[in-house]
Design a protein around this ligand. Structure first.
Ligand SMILES: Nc1ncnc2c1ncn2[C@@H]1O[C@H](COP(=O)(O)OP(=O)(O)O)[C@@H](O)[C@H]1O
Ligand SMILES: [Mg+2]
Length: 329
């Protein structure tokens, strides 16, 4: 209904994590690069953490989209992490198309090991991806550690990607999991967007939904500032408030979303508790960001120097279907 009113072809702030709606930001790009190259170059272990609603699941969907383009990659994708160790292995095996039901844990491990060795001998890539990994029990994390031990003299047989909320970092830092932590080759963190990123995010999502960039924006500058203030730069909250603001503007037959519409919507959702200052933009963290970005770049250069068969799509953003001249936020 409001789509026609605003000349849009689709709902711009749909909450489904759809790679077609991916908006390039520095942190999302860094994290996607860590995920993609970690898997492609057999780094073994990659961990991405971020608060709820920062875009972790969307990133994984983007990663899956990229991986699907390569015939030499098989992956198991797990998003229900509250499983027993046997269920966990059963789930992985059945995702790889191996028989899993009615088998005990040692049979499952044996089959999985054989599968990985056989794929490894053909230089094929096999990946285990776990979303919501902060829910994994210590028992399962121990299984993950054992799986990460499967390697030949020069290659890791299973690439493991763990994605979850910041508690995952704490879990991996805990004493009992030190061995697992030592195996992590790449780490990246997502955080809320800053104000400029929030503006670019809103504009880009509107354009993906058919808004004409040459026309005046549907959201006034003041509305975007209010949206940033109310959402704290969290993409999921930005989407919720922006979507409801569009509905409210349509109900009032207003072509432009104004700050008072944002305030009304935020009041309805009782968002006052979120503050933009809560994001981790302290100088210390910024230094760490620079360090992390440098590490990822070094990794990218190493990857570029060591091409692998079938690895054509080195530019992640281009491979995702965004155009080359589109600026990163
Ligand atoms: N970089 C981005 N580009 C486009 N949409 C994003 C981006 N980051 C987050 N979103 C959107 O924000 C919402 C929350 O993202 P999601 O991946 O579900 O977060 P998380 O898994 O971290 O809780 C989704 O609607 C998602 O599409
Ligand atoms: Mg998620």
């Amino acid at each position: 209904m409001y789509k026609a009113f605003f000349n849009l072809t689709r709902n711009p702030f749909d909450l489904t994590p759809d790679p077609r709606c991916f908006v390039s930001t520095r942190r999302h790009n860094e994290a996607l690069a860590a995920l993609y190259y970690g898997v492609r170059w057999h780094k073994g272990f990659v961990v991405v953490t971020g608060e709820v609603g920062t875009g972790k699941t969307l990133l994984l969907r983007c990663l899956l989209k990229l991986l699907k383009e390569s015939k030499d990659i098989a992956y198991a994708y797990l998003f229900n992490s509250r499983l027993s160790p046997t269920e966990f292995l059963q789930y992985i095996l059945s995702d790889f198309g191996l028989p899993a039901s009615g088998r005990n844990k040692s049979e499952l491990l044996l089959d999985l090991g054989q599968f990985l060795v056989s794929r490894g001998s053909k230089r094929l890539t096999t990946v285990l991806i776990v979303d919501e990994a902060h829910h994994l029990s210590d028992e399962i994390l121990e299984e993950v550690r054992l799986l990460s031990n499967l390697e030949t003299t020069d290659d890791k047989l299973l690439q493991i990607v763990l994605v979850g909320q910041p508690e995952l970092d704490e879990k991996l830092d805990s004493l009992g999991l030190r061995q697992l932590k030592q195996r992590i080759a790449l780490r990246a963190q997502l955080a809320p967007l800053d104000e400029e990123e929030t503006r670019a995010y809103i504009e880009r999502r509107l354009q993906i939904a058919g808004a004409d960039p040459k026309h005046e924006s549907i959201f006034s500058a003041g509305a975007i500032a209010a949206l940033y203030r109310e959402s704290g730069g969290l993409p999921r909250l930005i989407n919720t408030v922006a979507e409801n603001a569009l509905i409210a503007a349509y109900a009032r037959q207003m072509r432009t979303v104004t700050p008072d519409i944002i305030d009304d919507v935020a009041r309805e959702f009782r968002l006052g508790m979120v503050s933009a200052g809560d994001s981790d933009k302290t100088p210390n963290n910024r230094d760490m960001d620079v360090q992390r970005a440098a590490n990822i770049l070094l990794d990218l250069f190493a990857a570029l120097r060591k091409p692998r068969a079938g690895d054509a799509d080195l530019d992640v953003a281009v491979a995702l279907g965004t155009s080359e001249d589109e600026p990163y936020i």
